[in-house]
Design a protein around this ligand. Sequence first.
Ligand SMILES: Cc1ncc(COP(=O)(O)O)c(C=O)c1O
Length: 392
Amino acid sequence: MSIAKKIETTIAQSSWIRRMFEEGARLKALHGPDKVFDFSLGNPNVPAPECFEKALNETACACCGEHGYMPNPGYPHVRRSVAAYLSQEQGVAVSENEIIMTCGASGALNVAFKTLLDPGDEVLTPVPCFVEYGFYADNHGGVLKTVKTHPDFTLDLEALADAISPRTKIVLINSPNNPTGQIYDRQSLMTLGALLREKGAAYGKTIYLISDEPYRKIVFDDHAVPSIFACYPDSILATSYSKDISIPGERIGFAAVNPAAAHRGAVMNGMALANRILGFVNAPALMQKIVACLQGTSVDVGLYRQKRDLLCQGLAAAGYEFVTPPGTFYLFPRSPIPDDVAFVRALQEERILVVPGSGFNGPGHFRIAFCVADETIVNALPGFERVRAQYR
Ligand SMILES: Cc1ncc(COP(=O)(O)O)c(C=O)c1O
């Protein structure tokens, strides 16, 4: 083979989400798109807010002739705008010097990992978790280590305390969580902060807390996502506008380093270099200018809440068990049989496409991405019910 063995193997083991996507394409060609209920991809279906389209048109007209390189962390005026909003959101004074604009949240995570990881360093993350984390750690010589959560997917701080070792460089959390929709509360984050201080002192090193928050604004009812900066000084926030304003294809996000971080300057310098040498160079220029005007904006989250309620009511009536997600557009029900892959195959017989929990290090469950049309949910419910009835 002419390509690297590692890539060859990774392609061969291609992710469940990718496999479901391909299965969806096959079924849609066979039965017609409206006969397939595709809940496999986390691709937002709620339209971007009107103000985004307006800012896009105005900015595109206004910046003719302005297409040069810029400082690797991004335009200073954009970072100032992000910092001003973040200061309110986090309750901590953040400046442009702590912000680096990135190609989405994944760009932010890769830039942070490249900056922090030495070969063999461990990235510890609670599971179930986003499937790409293992690849991102591996990209930069790190090793992803997983740690269990409680049955309702909240942080198991005892398990985390046991899992932290002298090799731990990063603890990576994702709240609201993909695939569970769970949010970690302030008390558990404060306790996690105290634990990282204690372990860091014991091992004579800085352990970084990275909070991956692309779903921060997709929260329902009275739920809110606590500020990570208030909980632990050596923290980095990685996020994007992908889900907030439904623009994942535009690849725009940012990383923010806690102003109280002990090595803030070195980390920022490292991340600026990493942005360049990973080949991103800088985040997309046009999108930077647009998001600078849209701080605090989000899609109509009520539309996702309506979809969540529709799905949860239907699945509960059919006898499924799940934690009602306080955020995101994912539901992570328990599989009625231990073999989640077999259960997902049974749903496929009804042309319902979901992803096995095993794909997220959460076996015994499956993920439904409910960022789909309401009719897709309504029309899929009888199929969900029939398959549930087979396993009583
Ligand atoms: C938990 C999590 N982190 C990061 C990302 C990547 O986000 P982006 O598209 O902004 O890079 C995703 C995308 O689905 C995600 O679910």
